[in-house]
Design a protein around this ligand. Sequence first.
Ligand code: C5P
Length: 210
Amino acid sequence: MKRLILALDVYERERALEIAECTADYLWAVKVNWPLIIGSGLGIVTELKQVTGLPVIADLKLADIPNTNGLIARRVFGAGADYVIAHGFTGRDSVKAVMELGETIIVVEMSHPGAREFIQPATDKLIELTNELEPFGVIAPATRPERVSYIRSRLKDGIKILTPGVGAQGGKAGEVLKAGADYIIVGRSIYESENPRESARRLHEEILGV
Ligand code: C5P
């Protein structure tokens, strides 16, 4: 089973397409974030889908009023994104505005050190919100497997956990999958490596061995 998501945080269209194409065999999905959309335009979503045949996750971490979240999400889903990531802390109305338009993934905790300041204290409430709204999944930190276990224990069955933070941020794929993650998200360890295909293959093998 494929459980690896490529975080394609490069600016250049050609480089993005090249890396996505050569790693696609080992991926479940490709995640695009602001750097690639700013660098290459929203059309990159459509192109990535054509080149890889994989689902595309738009990691825009939407955090606005419902109307603005909806205006953004409409265009992004329209470009072919299969999933859009939204923050939950803006409240249920803002999240619902995205969910009405397509499959949504809610951030319940982040992977960087600063996440301890404001997001982690709100995680319980964000999990409650998620259980009520039942989106496709949540984002949880691969850098803290104990938090992934905690989130898994409180989250309704069927809601997927996607975890960024493996590799460059210090998280280990095996640990976080054992803690309850469904998918791991990896960026720099793949796209900055000398051989992105080989790096993706190794991660895929590691996942299969869990
Ligand atoms: O390069 P690296 O593997 O650290 O990339 C991680 C990706 O996941 C980046 O696109 C980053 O914005 C995203 N992300 C994260 N932590 C979160 C949510 C998203 O690292 N909580």
